[in-house]
Design a protein around this ligand. Structure first.
Ligand code: ADP
Ligand code: MG
Length: 336
């Protein structure tokens, strides 16, 4: 799996070494044996085809050549069928504010990107914190998710390239729920918008506002999975049950397949008994749906957004960055 050698961290070698035909020593090889196998890799497996960032030019779609002959370029015709790569859309939701939804959306998105995946992060919160945390001022954003959701603007028009691609929010988004409420198919505006970019990404990470209104419903309707960050200091089981009820409704009416990928204990202060107890309560109630990764409380998470970066870029070697890499690894290993 030569492609994997580009990964910043050896732990991201999730594919079993020596399995299949992947034992290629060349680090920058553009083609991979697995790419020619009949079954497409599930998302979460290391990519079996080049990612855009590794193929500097003309990367799109030039990925199905037999890997045993990586030097065969122009002359050989590609097999007709493109390699299907399943996109995984993850919404980050909890109607409570301050539980690290935005922090988790950004840092997990960047951890996926670091692992070689193509990632889009979507800011569905009118507060625009995700947008800001990539150094973009929502007050100066002219085309935002508002226009995508309300006016049907192509989502590509509101994407800016930063550490990951970001579909920006602006303050207008606060009016989107009311404006959308008049539309037919108002719950599906985001799902519809995403159709145009499904081939471009491996992961779409959607940050949601602290409510279960139409913006969050759009996110849950477009999502395959939901990650629920929970602040362990002020754990609110009632809040989680409410979220579960909303998800049940979404499943019945709009998106039968959406599932909780995991519940993530955040802002964990391991020195306190309270935090330990809170995690125990979570595990008693949600069992193995609670991620093994815990995100500890550290000032780094407050410092990084001020610099307009993820914590992975701000303090790459720190434990904060490490914890989101661990989370990425967990999600990738669960990959379905
Ligand atoms: P939400 O999106 O759920 O409202 P945020 O991601 O904006 O929550 O986080 C709320 C605040 O907590 C922010 O100031 C953020 O920097 C901070 N924060 C997030 N995660 C941590 C952490 N693990 N340790 C310390 N502060 C954190
Ligand atoms: Mg937020």
């Amino acid at each position: 799996m030569g492609l994997l050698q580009r990964f910043a961290r050896p732990e991201y070698r999730l594919g079993r070494e020596g399995e299949g035909e992947g034992a290629d020593p060349e680090p920058e090889r553009q083609f991979d044996a697995a790419a020619t196998q009949a079954a497409p890799p599930p998302v979460g497996e290391p990519l079996a085809v080049p990612v855009k960032s590794s193929v500097q030019e003309g990367g799109d779609g030039v990925n199905s050549t037999a890997s045993s002959a990586p030097d065969v370029h122009a002359g050989q015709q590609q097999p007709a069928q493109p390699i299907a790569r399943a996109l995984k859309v993850i919404a980050f939701a909890n109607q409570k504010g301050g539980v690290a939804k935005t922090t988790t959306t950004l840092n997990l998105a960047v951890a996926f990107a670091e692992a070689g995946h193509r990632v889009l992060a979507i800011d569905m919160d009118p507060q625009g914190n995700l947008t800001m945390s990539q150094g973009i001022d929502p007050d100066t954003v002219e085309k935002s998710m508002y226009h995508v959701l309300v006016d049907g603007m192509p989502i590509r028009d509101v994407i800016r390239k930063r550490e990951i691609d970001v579909a920006c929010a602006s303050i207008d988004l606060a009016g989107a729920e009311i404006a959308m409420s008049m539309k037919i198919g108002r719950e599906r505006s985001l799902e519809k918008a995403l159709k145009a970019v499904r081939e471009d990404y491996d992961f779409v990470c959607i940050d949601t506002p602290p409510s279960l209104g139409l913006l969050t419903i759009n996110a849950l309707t477009a999502a395959d999975k939901v990650i629920v960050p929970v602040q362990c200091e002020y754990l609110s089981m009632r809040g989680l049950i409410q979220l579960q009820n909303t998800l049940s409704m979404i499943r019945e009416e709009l998106n039968p397949d959406v599932e909780i990928e995991g519940i993530l204990p955040t802002l964990v202060d391991t020195r306190t008994v309270h935090a330990k107890e809170a995690i125990e309560i979570l595990e008693e109630n949600f069992g193995d749906r609670v991620f093994a990764t815990r995100i500890r409380k550290t000032i780094r998470f407050a410092e990084a957004p001020v610099k307009g970066t993820s914590v992975l870029k701000y303090d790459p070697e720190g434990t904060a960055a490490e914890s989101y890499r661990d989370l990425a690894k967990e999600v990738l290993e669960n990959g379905r």
